[in-house]
Design a protein around this ligand. Structure first.
Ligand SMILES: Cc1cc2nc3c(=O)[nH]c(=O)nc-3n(C[C@H](O)[C@H](O)[C@H](O)COP(=O)(O)OP(=O)(O)OC[C@H]3O[C@@H](n4cnc5c(N)ncnc54)[C@H](O)[C@@H]3O)c2cc1C
Length: 190
C-alpha cells in the first residue's frame, strides 16, 4: 500500500498542536502531564477523576514563597507599620474627644506596652510610658505627645529627632470620601 497522502498534513497539525500546548502551559504555569514522581495532584474541586490536573514541582519551586511581601516581618518593618498606624490615629483623633476616646488611647498604649510583638521594644515602651503618660485631651495634644515619645525611641536608637512642629505636614488624615474615616466625638457625649 502507498503512503497516506494526509500523513504530512497530520504531522504538521500535530507539531502545531504541541507548540500551542507548550506555550499555553508556560503562560498559566500549570502543565497537564501524565502522572509521574515529579508531579502532584492538584484538582481538589474536580469530580472528574479521569482528567487530573497536575502541577509541575519545578514550577512550584520557582514560585516566590518568601518574597518581600510574604517573608517574615523584621523589627524595622513592624516599627514603621506601627508608627504609621499610631501617627495616623493621632492625625484623625477628634479635636474634642469623648471621655471614652481618651480612655481608649491610654488603654491602647498600655496594651501596646504589654503585647507589642517585640519583647525588648515593648519593655522599652513601658519605661517610656511611665515617665511620659499619654496626653490626649485634644488632637493637637495627642499628636504632639506621640511625636515626643517617638523621638524618645529615636534617640535611644541613635536616630535623628523629628521636628514635632512638622508632624501635621508628615502625617495627614486618611483620604476618605465625605469624611467617612473621621473619628467622631465631642466631650458633650458623655
Ligand atoms: C512602640 C515602639 C517601640 C519601639 N521600640 C524599639 C526598640 O526598643 N528597639 C528597636 O530596635 N526598635 C524599636 N522600635 C522600632 C523603631 O522605632 C523603628 O520603627 C524602626 O527602627 C524603623 O525605623 P525607621 O528609621 O524606618 O523609622 P520609624 O522610626 O519607624 O519612623 C517611620 C517614619 O515616621 C516619621 N517619624 C520619625 N520620627 C517621628 C516622630 N517623632 N514623630 C512623627 N513622625 C516621625 C519619619 O518620617 C519616619 O520615616 C519600636 C517601635 C515602636 C512602635
Amino acid at each position: 500500500m502507498g503512503e497516506n497522502p494526509w500523513q504530512p498534513l497530520l504531522q504538521t497539525f500535530e507539531k502545531l498542536s504541541n507548540c500551542v500546548q507548550t506555550h499555553l502551559s508556560n503562560f498559566i504555569s500549570v502543565k497537564t502531564t501524565p502522572r509521574s514522581s515529579s508531579t502532584i495532584q492538584n484538582n481538589p474541586i474536580s469530580s472528574d477523576s479521569s482528567a487530573p490536573v497536575t502541577t509541575n514541582i519545578s514550577t512550584l519551586q520557582k514560585l516566590p514563597l518568601k518574597d518581600k511581601s510574604t517573608g517574615p516581618v523584621t523589627k524595622e518593618d513592624l516599627g514603621k507599620a506601627t508608627w504609621t498606624f499610631l501617627h495616623t490615629l493621632a492625625a484623625q483623633y477628634p479635636e474634642k474627644p469623648t471621655r471614652q476616646q481618651k480612655k481608649d488611647v491610654k488603654e491602647l498604649m498600655a496594651i501596646l506596652s504589654r503585647m507589642y510583638p517585640c519583647r525588648e521594644c515593648a519593655d522599652h515602651f513601658k519605661d517610656i510610658l511611665r515617665s511620659n503618660p499619654p496626653q490626649a485631651s485634644s488632637q493637637e495634644e495627642f499628636s504632639q505627645w506621640l511625636c515626643h515619645v517617638h523621638n524618645t525611641v529615636n534617640r535611644s536608637l541613635g536616630k535623628l529627632v523629628f521636628p514635632c512642629e512638622r508632624v501635621d505636614a508628615r502625617w495627614g488624615k486618611l483620604e476618605c470620601e465625605q469624611k467617612s474615616c473621621d473619628l467622631h466625638g465631642t466631650s458633650m457625649d458623655f
